[in-house]
Ligand binder design. Structure first.
Ligand code: HPA
Ligand code: ZN
Length: 326
C-alpha cells in the first residue's frame, strides 16, 4: 500500500487537539451567519490568508477571535462533529479533546452550553464512527490561578465526564508553578493532569510541570531536547509527549519541517506521539502530520506504528481499553 493509505488505515489516538482549533473557516462563516455575529473577514480565502504566524501569540489572537462565533450548544456540537467526521477518515479511533471554557464563559456563554454541545457530539461519534473520546478541560495560563479555580468549580456538575485538566495559551511568562494549587485540587478530584510545556517556554517549565505539578503527560515538550538530563529523565520515566509537527512549523518552533526532531525524540527513547493541535489553523489533520514527518525525516513504517502505539499507551483510556488497541 502507498504511504497515505498505510497512515489512514493505522488505528491511532489523537491526544493533543484543541477543539476550538478545529473550527474551519467555512463553518466559522456559517456560525457567524446563524448567530448574526460580525467577523472581520470578507471571505473564507481572506480568513485562510490571515493564518500566517511567526509565534504562538499571533496565532492565539486569531484563535480567540475565531471562537467568538460559537454561541450555542448546537455550535459546539457542530464544530466537534466536523472534527470527528474528519478524524475518522484519518484512522482516529480515540480522541482526547481539549477545550478552553474560559474563552467562552468570559464572553457570557454558559459553561453548560459549551460542554453539553461537546458531549452530545462525543456520543454521536461513538454511534456513527465507533470512536471513543474524552474531554480535557484546559486552563488559560495568561489568566489568573483564581480564574482557573472558578473554572474548575463551574465544571463540578460534569466532573465524571471530564478525564483531565490541561494548561494552554501564552506559555512564556506563565510557568506551570503559577497553577500548582489548582492542579493539586484537580488531582484531588480524580482528574488526570497535562500541561503545555517546552513549546516556546524553556526546559525549566518542563521541570516545573514534572516536579511541581506531577503531570501525567507533557504537551509539546520540544525544548526539553535542549537539556540532556531532562531528556533522559523523560525517557526513563516513560513520559508521553504529545508532539505536533505542523503546529511547530506554523508557529515557527522550527523553521522548516525537515528540521523536525521527531526522529531524534524516538532515538532518545522518548514516548512521542503525533497530533494536530489546531488543525484548522495549522494546515493539516493528524494523518497530514504523520505524512509530513514521515517524508521530511524519512521515518519508516515501524516508526509510524511505534508512534501510533504510543498514542494508545499514552492515552487517558482505562488500562483494559488500552490493551484492546495494542
Ligand atoms: N499552544 C498553546 N495554547 C494553545 C494552543 C497551542 O498550540 N492551541 C490552542 N491553545
Ligand atoms: Zn496545543
Amino acid at each position: 500500500t502507498d504511504l497515505d493509505t498505510f497512515i489512514a488505515r493505522l488505528p491511532k489516538a489523537e491526544l493533543h487537539l484543541h477543539i476550538e482549533g478545529s473550527l474551519e473557516p467555512e463553518l466559522m462563516f456559517e456560525l457567524a451567519r446563524r448567530n448574526q455575529v460580525e467577523i472581520p473577514y470578507a471571505s473564507v480565502e481572506e480568513v485562510r490568508a490571515a493564518y500566517a504566524f511567526t509565534r504562538l501569540q499571533d496565532f492565539l489572537d486569531i484563535y480567540y477571535a475565531g471562537a467568538n462565533v460559537l454561541r450555542t450548544r448546537r455550535d459546539f456540537h457542530d464544530m466537534a462533529m466536523a472534527y470527528f467526521d474528519r478524524a475518522a477518515r484519518d484512522g482516529v479511533v480515540h480522541a482526547e479533546l481539549m477545550f478552553d471554557p474560559q474563552t467562552h464563559t468570559d464572553r457570557g456563554i454558559p459553561f453548560a452550553e459549551v460542554i453539553e454541545g461537546l458531549l452530545s457530539a462525543m456520543e454521536e461519534a461513538r454511534t456513527k464512527h465507533g470512536m471513543t473520546s474524552c474531554l480535557i478541560l484546559s486552563f488559560l495560563r495568561h489568566l489568573s490561578e483564581e480564574a482557573a479555580f472558578e473554572t474548575l468549580a463551574a465544571a463540578e456538575p460534569w466532573l465524571d465526564r471530564i478525564a483531565a485538566v490541561g494548561l494552554d495559551s501564552s506559555e512564556v511568562g506563565h510557568p506551570p508553578i503559577k497553577f500548582a494549587q489548582v492542579f493539586a485540587a484537580a488531582r484531588e478530584k480524580g482528574l488526570k493532569l497535562t500541561a503545555h510545556a517546552g513549546e516556546e517556554g524553556p526546559p525549566e517549565y518542563v521541570y516545573q510541570a514534572l516536579d511541581l505539578i506531577d503531570v501525567d503527560r507533557i504537551d509539546h515538550g520540544n525544548r526539553a531536547l535542549e537539556d540532556p538530563v531532562l531528556t533522559r529523565r523523560l525517557a526513563d520515566s516513560g513520559m508521553t509527549l504529545t508532539v505536533c509537527p505542523l503546529s511547530n512549523l506554523k508557529l515557527c518552533v522550527i523553521d522548516d519541517i525537515v528540521q523536525h526532531p521527531i526522529d531524534a525524540m524516538l532515538k532518545a527513547g522518548l514516548k512521542a506521539t503525533l497530533n494536530s493541535d489546531d488543525p484548522a489553523y495549522f494546515g493539516g489533520y493528524i494523518a497530514d502530520n504523520y505524512r509530513a514527518v514521515a517524508e521530511a525525516r524519512g521515518l519508516g513504517r515501524e516508526d509510524l506504528v511505534t508512534l501510533a502505539r504510543n498514542s494508545f499507551t499514552g492515552s487517558f483510556l482505562p488500562e483494559e481499553d488500552i490493551a484492546r488497541h495494542l
